[in-house]
Design a protein around this ligand. Sequence first.
Ligand code: PGA
Length: 252
Amino acid sequence: MPKLIAANWKENPRTEKEALALFRATAVGARRGAAGAAVAVFPPFVYLERIAEARRREKKERVALGAQDVFWEEKGPYTSEVGPGMLRSLGVRYAIVGHSERRRWMHETDAMVNRKVKRAIADGLHVILCVGEGPAVRRKGIAAAKRFVEGQLRKDLAGIRGPAARRVTVAYEPVWAIGTGKYDRPEDAAAMAAAIKNFLKKTHGFSPRVLYGGSVDSRNVRDYIQLRAIDGAMVGGASLKAAEFKKILKKT
Ligand code: PGA
């Protein structure tokens, strides 16, 4: 299976015009990149429709589409929420769930994350579940970080088993490495990825793909994705600069 590079645009860019331009530049990079990685972009909800349209019309299906979040109900009186069926109807394949920024700023709990993952995979989306320890936990050492991440996985994936579980990918994103320019040592990230796979094999009967995220750029991306336990990368800041993101794809 090819490695996956996930471009998480977060609350960027500021206009639809810029979003379309970034999508087009990303698609060119994806086409030129070596045989290597699969690419998915995660724009804000409001841009998904236009990007989906451009993707289809301009034959840029090589780039998969993802959403940055998804709600746990299909439809109903839940102001501002977006359900998995709505996303699928636009051709969206992936949804990020449980990103640390949502846990922090929107107070998303593991119980909420669990409901979202369950509904999204039942409705046919592929979920990228984000987990990762904060700086205080990491200061206690790698073993403490592992325990923390396993705790998140236990809660976030409670009750998830069987064939639908294959639609779960885990992104290990240590919170202290996100947007800080401080990245995890590749060998530590790989050890965590292997631990996540082993843990879920034992507890849930499946071994997911695991991405690394946290200050990935064109200089360090290869250090991660060349490791066997790491199945790709989630890229935030560096995915917003078309030239830099193209360089990342070239390295895959
Ligand atoms: P970053 O973000 O690449 O800007 O550190 C990664 C993420 O939050 O997914």
